[in-house]
Design a protein around this ligand. Structure first.
Ligand code: NI
Length: 201
């Protein structure tokens, strides 16, 4: 079932979620179904249970290969329960993020460039992966939701928080070097009504 996504300001998004204690239950299966349906309906790259008002440590994420952007790294679809993240480096990288709970906005967020995540699938089978780049970014964003953290709370430069239909700093970055920018955001700039201010056409 497609569920309403809570929006920034709802106090439930700031709560610390509880660990799942039993795997393979009908309740957990129903939660995963709702998360899948809701993420698909919203075209999201990820969704965390608290975003639909369920305070449990469950996230889903995944980004399909896009033939228009063959260099963009796909992220395998993953259902992750009780995740634990361990950074594999002190290095962080700035990148643009959006969030279904912060609709209409984009912001630049520093994230660890590489990390290990461990947890379980909904049947209780262990998952353990070492990832980097966009995959690592998506996992950090989704797991932050389980601790009540929304991406604007991680930002270090609030001048890089912008509306989707007014992405000035994003357009500047795309104009300078689009290679590190998520293709979805390049699309955003290409559709941007005010693009002539940065691109001249
Ligand atoms: Ni989010």
């Amino acid at each position: 079932m497609i569920r309403d996504v809570l929006r920034m300001g709802d106090p439930r998004l700031w709560e610390k979620s509880q660990a799942v204690r039993q795997f393979g239950t009908p309740g957990l299966a129903a939660l995963l179904q709702d998360l899948r349906d809701t993420m698909a309906a919203q075209n999201g790259a990820g969704l965390a249970a608290p975003q639909i008002g369920v305070p449990l440590r469950v996230v889903i994420f995944g980004v399909d290969f896009n033939p228009r952007y063959p260099d963009a790294e796909p992220v395998p679809y993953t259902e992750l329960v009780n995740p634990v993240l361990t950074p594999l480096t002190d290095e962080t990288e700035d990148g643009w993020e959006g969030c279904l709970s912060v609709p209409g906005l984009r912001g630049v967020v520093p994230r660890y460039t590489a990390l290990r995540y461990e947890g379980f699938d909904p049947d209780g089978n262990p998952i353990r992966r070492d990832v980097d780049g966009f995959h690592a970014r998506v996992v950090q964003h989704e797991c932050d939701h389980l601790d009540g953290i929304l991406y604007p709370m991680r930002m270090t430069d609030m001048t890089l928080l912008a509306y989707n239909d007014e992405p000035g700093p994003l357009a500047r970055e795309v104009a300078a070097d689009a290679s590190g920018v998520d293709p979805l955001f390049i699309d955003l700039v290409e559709r941007w009504p005010a693009r002539a201010r940065w691109f001249g056409n």
